[in-house]
Design a protein around this ligand. Structure first.
Ligand code: C2E
Ligand code: CA
Ligand code: CA
Length: 742
């Protein structure tokens, strides 16, 4: 805390309601209690014009015990009582002394007992019991005697008073600081400060506190100071900026304290500068109406250094608040705050509230292509453009990397304008970036009650929009959320089913068309329900794929298949190859090769007995990655088939680089052969043969299809005509019965 600075004379010239600076004017108040008016006169006469400890004396007069006690209970700051022992009653004076200490509880006040009877001295016990500080006879009314007596009494009063004031003040400070440190909002903190200071100084609360807000965008520092709290005569100034206060004397005093970074005391007011760090500063202006004494100033300094710490705490706390609730890149509320606001909106709903989610399509591509800096700037420009479109009462939040949310009443929201905002490109650095968005909206009344549920519901709609209608806007309907809940519960069940080994594998033979020999089987997963019903893979594989559960499912399947291959080997059906389906997520998963190698080793299986099927759509994704991965599979020794072939228009050159072992013509083209349409099947067969890749026809149901395929030179076939997918033991029987074994 800085030390007080001499007053600025200019400043004082301006302050019309303040006294010029001077020594603290105050007098020692002496109460004379005596039933003889002469004693009053003689005492005041003897002490007239006396100065004790730098102060004049002020006399108060009481003529009996009752009067004395009444006066003592009404008047403040009486330092000494000159008390006559014998008034109406013999011991009236002693009763008064007793009442002073025990009823009025005035402990600082010094009591000088006086008696008219020379030679009469009270017992030691009386002096002790009645809290009497001195004893004099009335004959000792000479100026010098009185002056010494009073000086001694006043000195000890002054010391006691100082000690007690400090003690009380420090206690108050400790207590107040404790309470202040619990405060996390500036508002409550500053109003408490004013109240605490008033209490400390035993003054009515009459002041204001200005705080500095470093974030106020202004070149004039005055604008950054605002009145955070005000009390008493200044109440009307609360909330105003320092520059807006039409009180030059006040503003001058505050500015003086800010400039000098120190406290300022005058006869009528005190200005306290609070700071521990720049940016966390405050100034308290207190109307005191009287000068503050040294002890008061010292207490204030102690208090100020305490609250400066509290002020810093609050600044830290609000920074933490910001971190928790504000998106640091775009400076708008984040997901947490949106959720809490949505909850609030539901609570105080007018009925037309809605929330819109806006997802920037292909944002990661922009990020990858132009760098994160440009990506960040794009998000900031989107924020600015959206914010510019929206009225104040509408909330704009950033809820994910490239996702924004808008929430508010429908009458304030122009959805068309929001969507149209993305028609114009965003200029970022030297780029003109066109951005497509996919959006979803929900009426709050349609969604779940709490903020989180509400955001979840509109996210369901957004995900649906992203799957089916990119670039559009989809309104949420409650049925979407029940469908999604069903998917979720199915997913939970599937996780359980995998963990408890409830899934099973069916196998479907693949036949060599020329010889009719079984050359391999395809493993197809099945999920049997307790009643015997099977859930087909089409219903749960995509879900497993979306949720990542497919990895676990794939591990389980591979283990099951390898164990089965080992068993067939033991049953004398060795050499039966098994094709397994590997989805996009599995194929891209880094663990795939290790997983395969590990399973082959564990069951001692030659790698060529496993064929990995990937669909043509997976094979066409990222050509270089796919080629590299297939190379790894081939190095391991497993075979590779391209499934559902014929729709993806893979080029000859690309196919050549893929080094697949087998092309599987999609079932749809085999079905079409029934109506005479054979061109695609023919094309795939020719393509395969040109590249030395074997071709298998899927979904062969009728002999006529098989005949055409044979005539086209197709190598292999699979379909209901030969066998439906079946459990391993049934397949084993079938293989033995039909005697088609490998
Ligand atoms: P897919 O790989 O194209 O499998 C062939 C599908 O055609 C199988 O359906 C099979 O039962 C069916 N099918 C075979 N012959 C005929 C026929 O003559 N006529 C007709 N109409 N259909 C026939 P399924 O078993 O329902 O499997 C559906 C899809 O599920 C599979 O298509 C495959 O993509 C996926 N899938 C199955 N098992 C697994 C698995 O273990 N892992 C992964 N990742 N996907 C699997
Ligand atoms: Ca397949
Ligand atoms: Ca297929």
């Amino acid at each position: 805390m800085s030390s007080p600075e001499p007053l600025d004379p200019d400043l004082l010239a301006l302050s019309d309601d303040a006294d010029p600076p001077h020594e603290v004017i105050s007098r020692w108040r002496i109460l004379i209690v005596d039933d003889e008016p002469d004693v009053h006169l003689a005492t005041t006469f003897a002490l007239r014009d006396s100065i004790i400890q730098g102060r004049e004396l002020e006399f108060l007069h009481a003529y009996n015990g009752d009067e004395a006690l009444q006066m003592l209970s009404q008047e403040h700051d009486i330092a000494v009582v000159l008390l006559d022992v014998v008034m109406q009653g013999d011991n009236d004076g002693l009763l008064v002394a007793d009442a002073i200490r025990n009823q009025l509880n005035l402990q600082e006040l010094r009591i000088v007992l006086r008696t008219g009877h020379p030679g009469y001295a009270p017992e030691y016990q009386v002096i002790r019991d009645y809290g009497i500080n001195d004893y004099k006879t009335k004959s000792d009314l000479s100026q010098i005697r009185l002056l010494t007596t009073l000086t001694t009494a006043i000195r000890s009063y002054q010391q006691l008073h100082a000690i007690n004031t400090s003690k009380r003040g420090l206690e108050l400070i400790v207590e107040a600081s404790g309470q202040l440190f619990e405060r996390r909002a500036l508002e409550g903190f500053t109003s408490r400060i004013l109240a605490n200071l008033a209490e400390l100084l035993r003054l009515p609360s009459d002041g204001l506190i200005c705080v500095f807000n470093a974030r106020t965008p202004s070149r004039r520092p005055q604008h950054a100071w605002t009145v955070a709290s005000a009390s008493g005569r200044y109440v009307s100034l609360e909330g105003l900026s320092l520059s807006a206060l039409a009180r030059p004397e006040l503003v001058n005093a505050i500015e003086h304290a800010i400039r000098s970074r120190s406290n300022l005391y005058s006869g009528e007011f005190a200005v306290l500068f609070l700071s521990r760090q720049r940016d966390h500063e405050a100034v308290v202006y207190l109307h005191t109406g009287r000068p503050l004494d040294d002890i008061e100033r010292q207490l204030i300094e102690v208090f100020c250094s305490n609250i400066a710490i509290g002020l810093e705490n609050i600044a830290l706390f609000s920074q933490l608040q910001d971190l928790a609730y504000i998106d640091p890149l775009c400076h708008v509320p984040n997901r947490t705050q949106l959720v809490s606001q949505l909850g609030q909106m539901r609570l105080h709903a007018m009925g037309d509230e809605c929330v819109v989610l806006i997802d920037v399509d292909h944002f990661s591509q922009i990020n990858d292509a132009l760098g994160h800096l440009i990506g960040d700037q794009l998000l900031q420009s989107i924020t600015l453009r959206l914010r510019g479109l929206l009225p104040r009462e509408t909330l704009l939040a950033r809820v994910d990397v490239d996702m924004f949310a808008i929430a508010g009443r429908a009458i304030h929201l122009d959805l068309d304008a929001i969507i149209a905002a993305f028609d114009r490109p965003f200029s970022v650095a030297s780029h003109q970036l066109r951005v497509q968005i996919t959006a979803a909206a929900a009426k709050l009344g349609d969604t779940e009650e709490d903020g989180l549920g509400c955001l979840k519901d509109v996210t369901i709609a957004l995900n649906l929009a992203k799957q089916g209608m990119r670039g559009g806007l989809l309104w949420f309907s409650p049925s979407m959320s029940s469908a999604s809940r069903q998917r979720l519960s199915l997913l939970n069940d599937l996780e359980q089913a995998i963990a408890s080994n409830q899934l099973t594998v069916y196998y479907q033979p693949q036949i060599e068309l020329q010889s009719g020999r079984v050359i391999a089987v395809e493993a197809l997963v099945r999920w049997p329900l307790p009643g015997g019903h099977l859930i087909p893979p089409d219903q749960f594989i995509p879900l497993a794929e979306q949720s990542g559960l497919i990895i676990e499912l794939g591990e389980w399947l591979l283990d099951t298949v390898c164990r089965q291959i080992a068993r067939w080997r033991d049953e004398g059906l060795g050499g039966l190859r098994v094709a397994i389906n590997v989805s996009m997520v599995q194929f891209n998963h880094d663990g795939l090769i290790d997983l395969l190698a590990d399973a082959l080793r564990r069951y001692q299986i030659p790698p060529e007995l496993i064929e990995v099927e990937i669909t043509e759509s997976v094979a066409m994704r990222k050509p270089e990655d796919v080629i590299a991965r297939i190379d790894l599979l081939k190095k391991l020794g497993v075979q590779v088939a391209i499934d559902d072939f014929g729709t993806g228009f893979s080029s000859l050159a690309y196919l050549q680089r893929l080094k697949a072992d087998r092309l599987k013509i999609d079932r749809a083209f085999i079905r079409d052969m029934g109506s005479g349409e054979t061109s695609i099947a023919e094309m795939v067969i020719n393509l395969g043969h040109k590249l030395g890749i074997r071709v298998l026809a899927e979904g062969v149901e009728f002999p006529a299809q098989a005949a055409i395929l044979r005539s086209l030179g197709c190598d292999e076939a699979q379909g209901y005509m030969y066998a439906k997918p079946a459990p391993a033991d049934l397949l084993t029987l079938w293989l033995q019965e039909t005697n088609r074994s490998v």
